[in-house]
Design a protein around this ligand. Sequence first.
Ligand SMILES: Nc1nc2c(ncn2[C@@H]2O[C@H](COP(=O)(O)OP(=O)(O)OP(=O)(O)O)[C@@H](O)[C@H]2O)c(=O)[nH]1
Ligand SMILES: [Zn+2]
Length: 192
Amino acid sequence: MPANFDEIIQQNSDAYRTLIASTGEDLTREGLLNTPERAAKAFSFLTQGYHQDLVEITNNAIFPTDNNELVMVKNIEFYSMCEHHMLPFYGVAHVAYLPDGKVIGLSKMARIVDMYARRLQIQENLTRQIAQAVMDMTGAKGAAVVMDAAHMCMMMRGVMKQKSDTRSMSLLGEFKHNTEARQALLMAIPSA
Ligand SMILES: Nc1nc2c(ncn2[C@@H]2O[C@H](COP(=O)(O)OP(=O)(O)OP(=O)(O)O)[C@@H](O)[C@H]2O)c(=O)[nH]1
Ligand SMILES: [Zn+2]
């Protein structure tokens, strides 16, 4: 949470008041009375990733191992917002790495996904940032992230395609350079 949290909520409530008023709505009607502040708090939650860092969220949960085979946490659900329209995109992330003597707490992989998802993003950059973070935190031989997502900006407006879904991938280290490692990874990833 930022130090000036209350001030930010106040400012963003005013901004939401302006937005709501632009529709012609009556801001004093009962159903809308607390909406600007509620929306400001919701926005603050959905963008809280800007106020987190990797060291804090992983909390030193790095452990020694003598098993350096593939680790993958599949189907980590995430919600993000596209940086173009500020509309949600959401789906699942599959996060994998090839340890080099160290593993990371499994829940921390999901926390890393959430930290980057709760920012204004495009799916491709989100995917790469998660892979890089896993690589950096574990010193892994390779890290890979695959994300499958639906984009509300393509569904409820614009081209209005309800069934399209987007797969993005980031392969680092061994997964990029070693064909065998990449094939083992791709076989383990669920189809969209
Ligand atoms: N590559 C990528 N594009 C995205 C993502 N999220 C939204 N977009 C796209 O960003 C693009 C923005 O295009 P613009 O032409 O500037 O905006 P627009 O007029 O609102 O575009 P339309 O959505 O086609 O109506 C659109 O094609 C969106 O589909 C994402 O995560 N990755
Ligand atoms: Zn968009």
